[in-house]
Structures are given as C-alpha cells and as structure tokens.
Design a protein around this ligand. Structure first.
Ligand code: YH5
Length: 263
C-alpha cells in the first residue's frame, strides 16, 4: 500500500504534493506513477494529519484535498484506492467517486462513520488508537498492550459485523505509534503473528515512523533501511498489507520473501 499524503504537514512527507494548500494533480499523478512503476497494489490517500498536535481538519477541507485525487487516480490507474479518513462525509463522497476501501485510524468510531461505511459497501481497515492525535501519547499506558489492542479490535470487528459489514470486508491494524511508546510498539510487533492468526487480513504501517527512529537513532529522512527491515519482519509474521512511503524498495524486499517462501 503506497502512501499519498495530501496534508500540508511537513513533519514526515507532508506538503510535497500540495501547491497553495491544495493537491497539485500533476505532482500527485507523477508520485502515483512512480509507485505503479515500483509495483504498488493499493494507493492510500489521506487528507487529515494524525501527527501528534496536528490541527483537526474540517470535512470541507479534507474533501477538497482528497476527492480530486481519488477522481484522478480512478481515471488514470487500474489500482485500488484506499481513503485514509474518519469522516462520514468523506467516506460517502469518495465512495461515490469510486474509492475501493476505507482506512480509518479511528476504526469507524466517529458518529456516523460506521453507518457511512456500511452504506458505501466498501472494505474497511480498522486501526487501534486511543484518544485524538493531540493527546494520544499521554494515553500510552497499558497493563498488557497486546491483549488490550486485541480486545479493542475484536470489539470493533463485532460492531462492524453487527452493523452489516461482513467479515470478509474487514482488515485489522494494531496502529503502530498511535498512543504507543517504543516498548508498546515492540510488544505489538513481536505479537504480529497472533494478530495475523485471527483470520482477518492484517495491515501494518511503520514506514518512517518514530519507532524506526527510536530503534536506530535516525532522523525521519534516514529511516528507509529500518522501515524495510520491519516491512519484511511484518510480512514474515503474516501481515498481508504493508503501508509504506517507499514502494519500489519495499516491493523488492517482499518479492525476496515471497520467493523464499514459495508463495
Ligand atoms: C497506520 O499505521 N498511519 S498516518 C509519522 C511518521 C511517519 C508516518 C515521520 N495512517 C497508519 O503514516 N493507517 C497513518 O513519522 C495509517 N495504519 C493505518 N491503517 C501516520 C503515518 C506516519 C506518522
């Protein structure tokens, strides 16, 4: 899964695809084309920054960032488009534009989000986090992080199934870096095999994150090698979707694993 970040947040890779605060469709098309050349399977388009301390974005602003890009990607590429959103209006509007999946870091807990996802009939990815991005690191407090994340995801999967999203449309994600410190991230990473064994596709996103920085003492621009190592280790433990910035490099790594595993 290749990340197309449409936020102005210059912390990681944000802002690179925007001109005057809005996505520049030439820049987006070039970035998407590079990902296609690298072997991307899914685009992930996001217009809300979830960085700690980031401003909340209005539905209007989020839609103005995301909708033209979904439209562009659907018209130019035969690659499924995931939308990284928690907002019911964004779910509905992007689904109508042809989006293929909803990736919600809030696991469809916002009022109206679950209903919008049901109406969209799209597959969903449910991710674990606590609180809101601005305060979430204060909530990084667990007795047993693996058990607590598992319980949360089990409850959200049950809520989705009850609302009418069938199990074969649900993926799960422990949410690396979201209300977690390094110790929590490591415990969850070591338990990825257990998450993968729950008969739902497992999505893992660690690309360039602070977890990599903490492990290696690397600034955000120097985290490729660590991100690739974690991508491989996640896939080896059964992760089915790896969310990354660096598609070509990650695809090479995953191809070597698939060759060795004979998959
Ligand atoms: C995720 O894990 N993450 S947005 C800080 C960074 C680098 C990257 C420089 N959306 C996930 O990618 N969706 C995000 O430090 C996600 N799983 C799913 N399903 C945060 C992000 C990032 C943050």
């Amino acid at each position: 899964m290749g990340i197309l970040n449409l936020t102005p947040d210059s912390f990681s890779d944000g802002g690179r695809l925007l001109v005057g605060g809005r996505p520049d469709l030439h820049l987006v098309a070039d970035q998407a084309q590079e990902m296609v050349a690298g072997g991307v399977d899914i685009f992930d388009v996001g217009g809300e920054s979830t960085r700690p301390g980031a401003q909340l974005v209005s539905p209007e602003e989020e839609l103005a960032r995301v909708l033209p890009v979904v439209s562009l990607l659907k018209s130019r590429f035969a690659i499924p488009v995931s939308v990284d959103t928690s907002c019911p209006r964004v779910i509905a509007a992007t689904a109508a534009e042809g989006a293929d999946m909803i990736n919600d870091v809030r696991a469809l807990t916002r009022p109206g989000a679950l209903e919008a996802a049901v109406r969209s009939e799209l597959p969903v990815c449910l991710m674990h986090m606590r609180g809101e991005p601005g305060e979430m690191q204060q909530l990084a407090d667990y007795v047993d992080v693996v058990a607590e994340v598992k319980t949360f995801l089990r409850e959200r999967v049950a809520a989705c199934e009850q609302a009418g999203i069938s199990r074969n449309r649900i993926a799960i994600d422990p949410g690396f870096g979201f209300a977690k410190n390094l110790e929590h991230n490591l415990a969850l990473f070591r338990a990825l095999g257990e998450f993968a064994g729950q008969d739902l596709p497992l999505l893992v996103g660690v690309s360039r994150k602070r977890m990599v920085g903490d492990l290696l003492g690397r600034a955000v621009g120097e985290r490729l090698h660590g991100s690739l190592a974690l991508a491989l280790l996640a896939a080896q433990q059964g992760a089915r979707i790896i969310r990354v910035h660096d598609v070509a490099a990650t695809v090479d790594v995953l191809k070597t694993l698939m060759a060795i595993e004979g998959a």
